[in-house]
Design a protein around this ligand. Structure first.
Ligand SMILES: Cc1ncc(COP(=O)(O)O)c(C=O)c1O
Length: 449
């Protein structure tokens, strides 16, 4: 057995923190500095030329026809929803365990959301649950590849085709991730990506929508892309006749959604360097995960299909099984590994959105009804009760964020894993200092409520 845990008075395993560059993100280079300076000195911060190059290159990477740069991922997904035809009285189905910006945009389109439970092994939407939520009002499914894990797209696509509803991917966590050999972002009718600094494909505040569908692309431009109307609208239905209508420069219902060109310029550099960075992360995180899978009570979350990958492993998680560790709570496990000097690993999973007041009671637009219901016919109540989505509601006590290795340093990874192993070995003894989990686990990242 290893030496006693630090939390029980033993010696701390890691007295010096690991080198910062193992975890530093994003990785910068001189080409990025130059790209920013070029935009600045050419006074092109607000133009479209660099953005158009980035849109095309990003779309090409995905084998998709159209890319549309947006100010952030939230706006890219809003464009995709509007593009897909989501409007008044429509329902969009989404997993309840995601960041609010996967779906809250439906309110701005006078639509609403139906929340689905998750598959416990992947943390992504449960396709069987999803299908049960379909009504005549369902317009689209938002499939989030959450924490870099591709959602079960074959089954989800088949359901969407069968019911003739649109499929949108939220790829804000899955840049470069493959589902059965195909890149996420190319698997539905449209996709939206966040490319803000913390994300795997990190550029700065920004987002991009992808689609193969000309109608979705043009509707998205109409909605929030002032000044592109005269150049980009080709379909008769969406063409704005110059001179006839005055609004060539006015977004159609949305707000101006142009991507700033600092971000586009960084995006062009990222496209060159991301494949190598992703390969190194894959090697490091797969090695870490292989070792973690040998420890009782811990299990990496990885795709079952050998052709699928987790791309940049954004905010990846592992499953924590308290029962296999003598009932030790995930909070006590976390306290014990922290005392050993292990950083960047803690209990954390998205707290289910369906329990948040925004999806229960809040009246955003002063309509005298909860906004979740205000677009629906009187008498229809789609709100969930606590306990309705049980797997999602239990997520907080059974997942842990993994340390996010950006460099493959075998020794450092092995050192970290030995800390996890040590604590697992002492799980019984650690029960003496286990105060259990707090009543509320996980985070909403929406408000202090
Ligand atoms: C799953 C998910 N979807 C959408 C977004 C929205 O992206 P942005 O912050 O760029 O608006 C995020 C951002 O963190 C996210 O995590």
């Amino acid at each position: 057995m290893s030496m006693k845990p630090a939390l029980l008075g033993g010696e701390k395993l890691i007295s010096q923190p690991l080198p910062r560059e193992l975890f530093t993100w994003p990785i910068l280079n001189a080409e990025m500095d130059q790209a920013i300076l070029d935009v600045l000195h050419n006074r092109k911060m607000s133009g479209l030329d660099i953005t158009r190059q980035f849109e095309q290159a990003f779309a090409d990477w995905h084998g998709v026809k159209y890319g549309l740069g947006c100010p952030n991922g939230t706006a890219a997904l809003q464009c995709a929803l509007y593009g897909a035809g989501v409007g008044s009285g429509d329902e969009v189905i989404c997993s309840t365990c995601t960041f609010w910006a996967s779906i809250t945009q439906v309110y701005s389109l006078r639509a609403t959301v139906r929340f689905a439970d998750i598959v416990p092994e992947t943390l992504c939407i449960d396709p069987d649950y999803l299908e049960k939520l379909i009504t005549p009002r369902t317009k689209a499914v938002m499939a989030v590849h959450v924490y870099s894990m591709p959602a079960e797209m074959d089954q989800i696509s088949a359901i969407c085709r069968k019911h003739r509803i649109k499929l949108i991917e939220d790829c804000s966590h899955s840049h470069g991730a493959l589902y059965k050999g195909k890149i996420t972002g190319s698997l539905g009718d449209a996709a939206g990506f966040s490319i803000m600094t913390g994300k795997s494909f990190a550029c700065g505040e920004g987002g991009i929508m992808l689609t193969d569908d000309r109608e979705i692309y043009e509707r998205a431009i109409l909605f929030g892309h002032a000044r592109r109307h005269s150049e980009d609208l080709q379909l008769e239905a969406y063409k704005i006749q110059p001179g006839k209508l005055w609004h060539c420069g006015i977004p159609w219902g949305g707000i101006k959604g142009r991507l700033n060109q600092f971000t586009s310029a960084l995006g062009l550099v990222q496209l060159k360097k991301y494949p190598a960075e992703m390969a190194e992360i894959q090697a490091a995180m797969n090695y870490f995960s292989d070792l973690i899978d040998e420890i009782p009570g811990l299990k990496s979350i990885r795709p079952a299909d050998a052709r699928s990958t987790k791309g940049g492993w954004y905010a990846s998680h592992m499953i924590y099984d308290s029962a296999a560790l003598n009932g030790l709570s995930v909070t006590a496990f976390y306290n014990a590994i922290s005392a050993e000097g292990i950083a960047g690993c803690y209990p954390y999973g998205y707290r289910p959105l369906h329990l948040h007041p925004l999806f229960q009671t809040i009246d955003v637009f002063n309509e005298g009804r909860p906004t979740r219901l205000s677009c629906l016919p009187e008498g229809i109540d789609i709100r969930e009760n606590p306990g309705d989505l049980p797997l999602a509601e239990r997520i907080g006590s059974r997942v842990m964020l993994q340390p996010q290795f950006k460099k493959f340093d075998k020794k450092a990874i092995e050192l970290y894993v030995s800390g996890f192993r040590k604590i697992a070995e002492y799980s019984k003894e650690l029960l003496s200092v286990d105060k259990g989990n707090p009543q509320e686990m996980g985070k909403w990242f929406m408000s202090a409520i």
